[in-house]
Design a protein around this ligand. Structure first.
Ligand SMILES: C[S@@+](CC[C@H](N)C(=O)[O-])C[C@H]1O[C@@H](n2cnc3c(N)ncnc32)[C@H](O)[C@@H]1O
Length: 356
């Protein structure tokens, strides 16, 4: 068997209108003609908006640039990646970027097993890169590729949410860390809290966490941290609780600190426009965001390339926008997906296709 026990593939059987467990060693992509959509499960969870991502990336659409060169900028545990890889052929390429070395290795094992199961004609070239997607342009240049498709599934992975040792969650005790990349020069959340000043911390809590009492919370947390430095996620959560009875404040503070420690918004603002600047006509970019601040950034970045230029004098379109949205509103998970995976509840998928 080439699949891990915790990693199962389900097949959508159109005529039966249901998913059933996939038993074959190989998928014959040509004969399935996309009637069958593979659903990857990792520890019982299907990757968020899995079918929707494959649908909107439209790798098999007429007019899709060939060969297809897909960059998964947030490889994670490889859930979406495997679905994508199964849609490619030997002339195509898949590049997976992941900042967390442990996740990258886990994804590599899964992807290797799937590649082994594919026939040579259906096996694309795969490169997995340990780096931040902030460097997507130089990564692509080094690999000598211009992407035709890109995916960003932002934020933390299920491993980060479930492993207290990584320090992302208040639900399990662990060191106050929160770094995706523990091999580089990023400060831990504890170190970051020791250097940030009150003005900066206030604006980070307000902008990244949407904390309504940002100044009071920042002042309180910095004073307590200066007195007895927070060592663990439990220390930070307890300190937030001493200031606010609203349980959501813990969530907001953790979100804001995590975004700041990892420079998440700076990476998005660098990387997404670089991809938008490079995709060929017919190329597509899909982004899944998980909270309103993240989604707003995606929406603004996308708005910049989907607005036609209007001639002030005539009021007519003088230059058509290079991209159009695949849907007017973002795609959100079905009730069934949310019941199955409550973490998906705030997900929003936005996709653009290059039209000129
Ligand atoms: C939501 S998970 C992706 C899950 C993935 N789509 C799957 O199906 O398994 C997001 C991943 O992005 C990674 N990540 C976060 N910031 C990153 C960055 N700047 N560059 C590359 N990877 C990053 C995280 O470590 C995490 O594994």
């Amino acid at each position: 068997m080439f699949f891990l026990a915790s990693f199962e593939i389900f097949v959508w059987r159109e005529n039966e209108n249901q998913y059933s467990r996939f038993n074959g060693r190989n998928s014959d992509k040509n004969s399935t003609n996309f009637e069958q959509i593979m659903i990857e499960q990792i520890d019982g969870h299907v990757p968020v908006l899995y079918r929707e991502v494959l649908e909107h990336l439209s790798l098999d659409q007429d007019g899709t640039p060939q060969p297809r060169i897909v960059v998964d900028c947030t490889l994670g545990l490889g859930g979406h990646a495997i679905g994508i890889i199964r849609s490619l052929r030997c002339d195509d390429r898949f590049i997976g970027i992941e900042w967390d070395a442990a996740n990258l290795e886990e994804a590599r094992n899964r992807i290797d097993a799937v590649l082994d199961s594919l026939s040579p004609a259906n096996r694309p070239r795969v490169d997995l890169v340990h780096d931040s997607y902030a460097h997507v342009q130089s990564i692509c240049t080094k690999l000598g590729v211009i992407p035709t498709h890109a995916l960003y599934d932002l934020g933390i992975s299920s491993r980060h949410a479930d492993d207290g040792d990584r320090g992302f969650t208040w639900r399990f005790p662990g060191p106050l860390d929160m770094r995706y990349d523990r091999t580089g020069r990023l400060p831990t959340a504890k170190e970051w809290l020791s250097t940030v000043d009150i003005e900066r911390f206030t604006s980070i809590l307000r902008e990244y966490g949407e904390e309504p009492h940002a100044y009071g919370m920042a002042k309180h947390l910095l004073a307590e941290h200066a007195n007895t430095p927070f060592e663990t996620t439990a220390d930070l959560a307890a300190s937030v609780s001493r200031r606010s009875r609203d349980r959501k404040s813990i969530l907001r503070v953790f979100q804001a600190v995590r975004i700041a420690v990892n420079g998440e918004f700076d990476s998005m603002r660098t990387s997404i426009p670089e991809i938008l600047g490079r995709l060929p006509v017919g190329g597509r970019i899909s982004v899944i965001s998980f909270h309103s601040v993240e989604d707003r950034i995606v929406k603004h970045l996308f708005a910049e390339v989907t607005a036609d230029e209007i001639d002030n004098l005539t009021g007519r379109t003088s230059k058509e926008a290079p991209y159009r949205k695949t849907t007017r509103k973002p795609v959100v998970p079905t009730d069934a997906e949310i019941t199955e995976n409550p973490r998906a509840r705030s997900a929003k998928l936005r996709t653009l296709v290059r039209i000129n």
